[in-house]
Design a protein around this ligand. Sequence first.
Ligand code: 5GP
Ligand code: ZN
Length: 115
Amino acid sequence: MSTNCVFCKIISGEIPGKIVYQDDLVVALQDINPQAPHHYLLMPRKHIATTLDLQGQDAEWLGHLYLVAGKLAKQEGFAEDGFRIVNNCNAAAGQTVWHIHFHLLGGRNLSWPPG
Ligand code: 5GP
Ligand code: ZN
């Protein structure tokens, strides 16, 4: 828990957020500013700032998070059409919240390369 982290506050219930899935390791919530018809943010419960802060022990929740992302895409009905999982690391990549998270985007055609 980081006291000034918006995602920690949503996870702890201190501020509202539309949580669509949670378990002991990870939480998925709807993005407040969706960039696709389906836009979820998947993250660990514990506060880790960026991909560069990951350590060996994080492999457990990381692998689990990837499985949860696929299940969520299937459950919400956009898996077969296609979806994207994105992690922005640091400012030049567009990271704006320093609690590591993975965007799960689907429900429309996604262009490549990204902006
Ligand atoms: P980043 O730019 O760090 O990769 O992604 C941060 C994401 O968090 C953005 O897509 C932004 O819309 C979302 N976001 C920022 N503040 C909040 C919030 O208070 N609640 C929710 N649900 N999403 C947020
Ligand atoms: Zn946090």
